[in-house]
Design a protein around this ligand. Structure first.
Ligand SMILES: [Fe+2]
Ligand SMILES: [Fe+2]
Length: 274
């Protein structure tokens, strides 16, 4: 099963997380980022889910990588990420830094590969520079909070951190057993198409990198799991199933009349379209 964007700082979302349960003792849960912003909140949610699901696989969203001014944990950037990886190891949750686990239940065997590749502003309009796209965002007031709270330390920029993550992640994926298909899990969509329906196209530049556009083909994906856009849906690209599994914000669910309890999705067996 899979879910993302739990955003547990919202009491309504916390109540939904408290109700999340597996359907059998053998269910695994993929958590595709944006659990929360405060380390204590992230630990609360992942600990609770690990107590219920046989295996929990987590990959960070942008929100986990913020350094909010009220969080006693002051770590920034890569140090904050490593701190969360250590937290996950302490409670038995798998991360992008651990050996990829192989699911052998329904739909398996598949290698579950949590990826952390961030974004590099390349989902911007064609024929514009990064600077022009950012200026457009600032002029129109649609600027991702990452610009203020997601520090790339020790890298000089978020795109430089993304490039480093791309190199490391490619090396890890190259080591997987090529005979076994994958489930690729990344907070940000691996392909650009899901961002085409964003209400504010300015926001796409914080949503991924063109460098992963063919990863679902190169790495033999049986499914791709992502979140971040808060537009839960199933789409197909090149015959590969992409599942956005966001819970999102309470106000979004009210606006679009979405039942938060249905945010958790089956990866296998594949769900009928809802
Ligand atoms: Fe989110
Ligand atoms: Fe996000």
């Amino acid at each position: 099963m899979a879910i993302s964007d739990l955003h547990v700082a919202y009491p309504e979302n916390r109540q939904i997380v408290e109700k999340l349960r597996p359907e059998s003792d053998s269910d695994w849960l993929i958590v595709a980022g944006d659990v929360g912003e405060f380390v204590a909140d992230i630990e609360w949610a992942l600990t609770l889910l690990k107590e219920r699901f046989a295996t929990v696989v987590w990959t960070p969203g942008n929100h986990e990588l913020w350094t909010p001014k009220d969080d006693p944990v002051r770590l920034r950037g890569d140090e904050r990420y490593r701190h969360l990886v250590e937290l996950c190891r302490r409670i038995g949750v798998l991360t992008p830094e651990d050996p990829y686990a192989v699911w052998t239940g329904h739909g398996g065997p598949v290698t579950i590969a949590p990826l952390f590749v961030l974004y590099d502003y390349t989902f911007r309009p064609p024929d514009t520079t990064k600077e022009e796209a950012l200026a457009w965002a600032h002029e129109t007031g649609v600027v991702c909070t990452d610009e203020f709270l997601l520090h790339p330390d020790p890298y000089p920029s978020r795109d430089a951190w993304c490039r480093a993550r791309l190199r490391e992640t490619e090396a890890r994926l190259a080591e997987r057993d090529p005979a076994i298909p994958t489930v690729l899990v990344n907070h940000f969509p691996l392909t650009r198409q899901p961002t085409d329906i964003l209400h504010y196209p300015q926001f796409a530049q914080w949503c991924g990198t063109v460098e992963t556009a063919d990863w679902h083909l190169r790495h033999n994906a049986a499914a791709v799991i992502y979140g971040h856009l808060h537009i839960p849906r199933t789409t197909w690209y090149d015959g590969v199933r992409f599942e956005e599994v966001s819970l999102g914000y309470p106000r979004e669910r009210r606006q679009y009349n979405i039942d938060g309890m249905r945010a958790i999705r089956h990866v296998f067996p594949e769900e009928a379209p809802s």
